[in-house]
Ligand binder design. Sequence first.
Ligand SMILES: NC(=O)c1ccc[n+]([C@@H]2O[C@H](COP(=O)([O-])OP(=O)(O)OC[C@H]3O[C@@H](n4cnc5c(N)ncnc54)[C@H](OP(=O)(O)O)[C@@H]3O)[C@@H](O)[C@H]2O)c1
Length: 253
Amino acid sequence: MALRSCGSVLITGSNRGIGLALVRELVTGTPSPKVVIGTCRKPQEGKELQDLAKKYSNFRVVQLDVNDEDSIQKAVKEVEGLTGNEGLNCLINNAGTNTMASLNDVNVEVMMSAYRTNSVGVLMVTKAFLPLLKKAANLVSGMGVHRAAIINVSSDSGSIQLAEEKLIYLKVYPYRISKTALNMISKCLALDLKSEGILCIAFHPGWIQTDMGGPLAPLTLEETIPDVVTAISNLEERHSGTFIDWKGNTVPW
Ligand SMILES: NC(=O)c1ccc[n+]([C@@H]2O[C@H](COP(=O)([O-])OP(=O)(O)OC[C@H]3O[C@@H](n4cnc5c(N)ncnc54)[C@H](OP(=O)(O)O)[C@@H]3O)[C@@H](O)[C@H]2O)c1
């Protein structure tokens, strides 16, 4: 089933970059999910999100800092109120931070900061939203975004198998290692939640021009986001526990 016509989608880190483009694609497109929730750390500063919320009644902005347990719990309560008995169909863990550091520069602080947001934060957000995902999963059968799915936005820079051909990433120890950890988190979640009918994947969105991707990235948001929506829409049971890119291709671990 298409992501565009599922019951509810939540996207973290949606005030800019890939998160904002995904929100825009889903709320302005036809059909549009019954409920789209865009979360960000500072809703009052997310002007484009606020404008979309004024225009589209199925879209809500919710405060969520993935590093703040209080904020996560408040967001869960709010989303529970918005999704009711139908639960949450798709959680897109998109929020992330890119901490650059070569072997020379790397230290405990930058490593822990990358882990906190990109690995631990994603795990804690997912754990907190599990009751809502389970609620949705209990209503139908099969596997995919029509039921309950967790999309962990990772990066091919976290792939151990691709490390030799991606020497460019040697200057980003904290980021890539935190994404490798996120890949294991995704695999563990997929195995743990399989019996509950909840799908989980690690997802590489492509190297895209955003604040994080930079101006030299080969892809634009305009050309890539529709493919991202299609790749997520096409997910089924066989994909759970795999690493997939924006074209739906498997990424080596
Ligand atoms: N762009 C690429 O080429 C590329 C490639 C591979 C993977 N990715 C992944 O795709 C995702 C989105 O990347 P992007 O390019 O859109 O990056 P971006 O433009 O830098 O946006 C990052 C988003 O994450 C949010 N965020 C950071 N820390 C957060 C926290 N503690 N709690 C909540 N939100 C937080 C930011 O919010 P604030 O505005 O509050 O900082 C922002 O909304 C990331 O996970 C990234 O690793 C991107």
